[in-house]
Ligand binder design. Structure first.
Ligand SMILES: Nc1ncnc2c1ncn2[C@@H]1O[C@H](COP(=O)(O)OP(=O)(O)OP(=O)(O)O)[C@@H](O)[C@H]1O
Length: 560
């Protein structure tokens, strides 16, 4: 391990947390911090700051190893997280971040390693979900395990005990009231009786976070958030990030996994960068620049991954949308030209996802028309749109794409099998070579193309699905949150693939809640508010700040 200061403190390998006679594992400095929290103080006294060797350690991991068939996911990982800090775990897709968190939460077994959680030392074999939970480790996983056909209240109560009335009946009014309190506390736009399957992805993520954190007001916890903001639009991201900072100020230790480097730089105290199953480096956020962080994660210079704007002259209109109304979308008119990537910015509920869906034929139009290369394109269903050269990659990839029981290459090849028939012969070797090349081009980290899709990390599944769709000969790409969950290098690779389509005379429309990404990668943007197109931003005016102003303007939450 190479680290700036992988200091393990002076009291054994668990740092400042020794085990006291009462078995709570709290040192005296530790207890002071707890008392101050109980007193309602928003600040935790950390002697010398959280970087000090005296700062109490909440979580310590030592020499952790994990081998999956064909992959050594973790190689001698050491990590220390202190009370009162937000500690980022960063690294490329498949470097082992989720595996590390799953092991600490006890849901995946490690091969070897030692842990100290809230002062209790354990061996890898002793760590079960129950022990981890009882010791105060809380986690919101990348794909939160919510039950789509249950209500918000029912999902929130799963895993904690249901309030009961006599004679042994669930007290539903109490369940609902408790859920409503959580919805209010986390400012979630849902009711206790909303069915999860009817909620947008971002609201589902918020529900999962609220459910995991429902009891963290009491006592001190270690809260791990595995890419909590991947599916959240900007306004909710800010809300969540301030909740995270508040939790740290209350004395909890936060492990924060994110590919969104602006978030990492804005709310964390330290960053541990992992590469290929190892801890590569630990940084203090205060003195870290974005370029240094990118270089630490990727091992390449930040300039190498900057996206190029369109270099081709903008050609004839590929997509023309005229006075379109569908769902919340009202009277929207715009066009996208050959060679162009158009970005769509808007808050949750602005109609951005429905706009793509209406163009694609997934959402019924109320009025208006859609033209492709000047011809009427009122697609009735996906097949017709695909035939016409339109590719749509939806926001919710679990509905739109990954076949987890099939192999990676089968996932890549679905939809293009017809290409490989030559008369009665099937060109299997060519198909394999093409899949190899595709995995390499999209940097899909997999031991081989024959492993099951479920063995891939979240980001690598995402890259596989994108590669499947982007290999088609599309003339119009409709992409909803294309870089959700992918690392900073892969994000640039995805836009490079989009550029290949536009350079060949195609066009693309990209919806993303990451305004930095829009400002960096698209050629022009439109802004939607309450279903209406309210602004068009040309390339020379594209900045995240400008887009942020425009998306918030009417709601009175402008962030000037
Ligand atoms: N159930 C599994 N079976 C086999 N291999 C697995 C399994 N789960 C994860 N892996 C492998 O372990 C490695 C680490 O995966 P992990 O999910 O921890 O990565 P990650 O850093 O969280 O990635 P991402 O940023 O994409 O979420 C990857 O190579 C992945 O393919």
């Amino acid at each position: 391990m190479s680290s700036d200061h992988p200091d393990h403190g002076g009291v054994g390998w668990v740092g400042a947390v020794g085990t006291n006679p009462a078995g709570t594992g709290r040192s005296s400095s530790d207890v002071t911090a707890v008392d101050s929290v109980a007193d309602g103080s928003q600040h935790v006294h950390v002697p010398g700051g959280i970087d000090s060797p005296d700062a109490p350690v909440a979580l310590s991991v030592r020499a952790l190893r994990k081998v999956y068939p064909g992959t050594q996911a973790l190689k001698d990982v050491d990590l220390q997280v202190r009370y009162g800090e937000v500690h980022a775990l960063c690294g490329g897709n498949g470097c082992g971040k989720s595996t590390l968190i799953k092991i600490i939460s006890g849901v995946v077994g490690a091969d070897s390693g030692r842990f100290a959680i809230n002062g209790r030392e354990l061996d890898a074999a002793e760590l079960t979900p129950k022990t981890s939970f009882e010791l105060g480790f809380r986690v919101v996983h990348q794909d939160p395990p919510l039950y789509p056909d249950l209500t918000v209240a029912e999902n929130m109560m799963l895993g904690s005990s249901y309030p009961m009335t006599w004679p042994r009946r669930i007290a539903w009014s109490k369940v609902r009231r408790r859920a409503q309190e959580l919805l209010d506390r986390f400012h979630i736009q849902a009711t206790p009786d909303s069915l999860i399957e009817h909620l947008p992805v971002s609201v589902r993520t918020q529900v999962a976070i609220a459910a995991a954190l429902q009891d963290v007001q009491e006592g001190r916890c270690i809260v791990a958030l595995d890419e909590p903001t991947a599916a959240l639009p900007a306004a909710e991201v800010e809300l969540l990030l301030s909740t995270v900072r508040q939790l740290a100020a209350m004395g909890h230790a936060i492990v924060f996994v994110s590919h969104r480097l602006d978030e990492v730089l804005s709310i964390t105290d330290r960053v541990t960068v992992m590469r290929d199953g190892r801890v590569f480096k630990e940084h203090r956020t205060e003195t870290l620049t974005e370029a240094e962080l990118i270089e630490s994660i990727l091992g390449r210079r930040a300039e190498e991954i900057r996206a190029q704007r369109s270099t081709t002259a903008v050609g004839e209109p590929i997509l023309t949308v005229h006075s379109l109304s569908a769902g919340p979308v009202q009277d929207v008119t715009f066009d996208v030209h050959a060679g162009e990537v158009l970005g769509v910015a808007g808050l949750l509920g602005s109609g951005r996802t429905e706009l793509l869906s209406a163009i694609y034929g997934g959402l019924k139009k109320k009025a208006g028309e859609v033209r492709l290369r000047g011809r009427n394109a009122n697609f009735r269903g996906m097949d017709k749109a695909i035939e016409a050269g339109v590719v749509m990659i939806p926001e919710d990839r679990s509905r739109g794409g990954a076949f987890l029981d099939m192999t990676v290459d089968e996932n890549l090849d679905i939809g293009v099998l017809g290409r490989y028939w030559r008369g009665l012969g099937f060109r299997r070797a060519q198909m394999r070579r093409d899949a190899d090349a595709l995995r390499a081009r999209f940097a899909v980290k997999a031991p081989s193309g024959t492993v099951q899709m479920r063995a891939l990390s979240g980001g690598n599944q995402q890259k596989t699905i994108l590669a499947r769709w982007l290999r088609r000969d599309a003339s119009l790409l409709l992409l909803d949150e294309p870089s959700q969950g992918v690392d900073v290098g892969a994000r640039a690779d995805i836009y490079a693939a989009v550029r290949r389509v536009t350079a060949a005379g195609g066009a693309a429309v990209v919806v993303t809640s990451d305004l930095e990404e829009l400002a960096q990668f698209v050629d022009r943007a439109i802004v939607l508010r309450n279903g209406r197109l309210v602004a068009e931003v040309p390339c020379e005016e594209l900045t995240a700040h400008r887009l942020n102003q425009l998306v918030h303007m009417q709601s009175g939450t402008s962030h000037d």
